[in-house]
Ligand binder design. Sequence first.
Ligand SMILES: CC(C)[C@H](C(=O)O)[C@@H](O)C(=O)O
Ligand code: SF4
Length: 483
Amino acid sequence: MSGQTLYDKLWEQHLVKQRDDGTALIYIDRHMLHEVTSPQAFEGLRLAGRKPWRLDTNLATTDHNVPTTREERAQGNKGIKDPISLIQVQTLDDNCVEYGITEFGINDPRQGIVHVVGPEQGATLPGMTVVCGDSHTATHGAFGALAHGIGTSEVEHVLATQCLLTQKMKNMQVRVEGELGLGVTAKDVVLAIIGKIGTAGGTGYAIEFAGRAIESLSMEGRMTVCNMAIEAGARVGMIAVDDTTIDYIGNRPYSPTGEQWEAAVADWRNLVSDADAAFDKIVTLKADEIEPQVSWGTSPEMVTGISGQVPDPKAAPDDTVQRSHTRALEYMGLQPNQKITDIKLDKVFIGSCTNSRIEDLREAAKVAKGKKVADSIMLAMVVPGSGLVKRQAEEEGLDKIFIDAGFEWREPGCSMCLAMNADKLGAGEHCASTSNRNFEGRQGFGGRTHLVSPAMAAAAAIAGYFVDVRSLPANDATHAQEA
Ligand SMILES: CC(C)[C@H](C(=O)O)[C@@H](O)C(=O)O
Ligand code: SF4
């Protein structure tokens, strides 16, 4: 018999009951909550006369609907202008008070995007099952955890029973072999993976990312990669535990300490796929063939390298692709064969649960340092993923670098990643965005999103159009990474 994959191990350790029809009940170690997908779940509990079953597993924060300007935030929840947004945020606050769940509310220094907050607090640990009513929960898999999004009715079920009814997925390994070139980041890696396997490539699989290029990523980079597993169709993305994982977790508020820490680390060391584990599918990419990526279309798989061009629908392999490319080009206002470097931008957004951690902000700041945002850019904003990221960035003087360059330095939240708060694109506007989805209307009605890395977004803000970060003079993006 062959060995077990990381996913097999995590599954087995949490399996409560397996039924013959394929359904299974698994135990959930950590449940994260935000304001969008929790109100009906709490309402369901209330109607059924139930209470959360294990309080200390739950951790809540408000993120999607919070405004990001300092003036609005100074007013607390009252700064939320949109009535529906306000109700959602206030409802989470009220539910957390009523049921005794820890919540980082709008002005808590620890508040932020749920997928930034969990790992930062040490609430996400290797070997855990982590769920949240949010599709980007795959992010937490970067820690050797089994993490995925759940729907609102499942949120209620997890609150009530601490278990989830689910089915085992198949195993896929995505290997990125070799070393990444200078200026090529985790975001470029995951966009290249999605470009290769497509947005349905991972459907039905739990993806384990592996290979030298993945191992060499920081935890921030690993989270960026796992965050977008869902854009490759996989609900679960994960990476094996190693020293990088363990170093990151030490001394965080929710991390174990003392003897418990020692015992936990010994256990966590086993959270790797066995050498003889069998995967249902293996995909391999060569790191040195990946260049900085830019999405040109309305799906994350519509992506190419910075030296590339927008495809010509006429050259599409079949009618379906031809139609989707034609429509995407029309929506995006782009011409067939247009060079990526000829795409002019109106706005730049550096933030979201994909790229708003300290390392992301450092990379963007390296590019922005001493430069000015182009006059043609009407808004360039940097939105830290959490209050703690913001504080750390300010301690390092990154806020000053951004502000001096003409960026707006905002308060933490999902912000312009999705048009659920005041930060939006206008119709027809092109935005270089470090977020994870470029669907039609995602950042605002008619808005045109181009997914890129933080360094690429900063470089685009300075130039006003896309430029290759690798071509910037020394001291900028690429060389900064050598240190
Ligand atoms: C609002 C929430 C349910 C949604 C998700 O599940 O991902 C959001 O975070 C998103 O990124 O589209
Ligand atoms: S930052 Fe964007 S992708 Fe992440 S949870 Fe918020 S809305 Fe979803």
